[in-house]
Write a protein that binds this ligand. Sequence first.
Ligand SMILES: O=C(O)CCC(=O)C(=O)O
Length: 268
Amino acid sequence: MLTRDQVEFFNTFGYIVLPSQFSPSEVDVISHAFDDVMRNHICEICEENSFSDQKRHSVVGIVESKPELVKMLIDDRVYEPLTQLLNPGFIWVASDGNLYAGDTPWHSDKRPFPGYTQIKVSIYLDTVTQDTGCLRVIPGSHRQPINDILRAELLNPTGSKTALDMPEESYGISASELPCVSVESSPGDVVFFRQEIFHASFGGKVGRRMFAMGIFDRPTDENLIDSVSSLYTHHREQADESIISAFFNSDIPRVQEIQLGLREMGIE
Ligand SMILES: O=C(O)CCC(=O)C(=O)O
């Protein structure tokens, strides 16, 4: 469970890292499951099944595909903080496994909607520090008006693509010099962050391993229901349908619980 201070910290700054949640032997099991999936599935970005060192290699549906990873999701060490950071009835959206090939430019995964929380739970399977590819966040940037201000100043004018050189244009510094917090992490730590936050990564080694789960408040506004349904469907289409459908119909109570809202949104 998180303390009240930790919940406050997360709500204000948009991220929290919980150190040493999983033991080295648990990390071994998780790591083995991760490597197994990454070796055997086709990447949705490069459409290959081997990592090329040039491009991020990403597999959607990694958690759903491995009982060892589902066990981690429903473990109190991951699930209970989610019950504290999200509203009751929160929903599963997707998971992905990643082998990174280089820097990740500043971006936010999602736009903020007032009163709506979109969380990413990330597990780094290699030690990552400020200069070796840890997640960097601009604390508090999941909130308005700073999110819109940064969006205008850090992203290219259409806002649809990130641009590594924007900080140089905007402030005369390189992207890696932008003021931020380095969320350093070692295997066994669990990182929770708001997907609306501005984040990036610099200096990581090629092939650094990370997997992440997207877990959101249950949307109640009609536009948001449509947009989250489309997002869920988009990710589901990138994954192996037999795996996602088995997860969707799982008889594990916590897995059922986080999909109840999806069912009520009309997803089958
Ligand atoms: O670790 C990284 O390189 C970036 C992570 C990221 O962008 C994300 O999790 O959305």
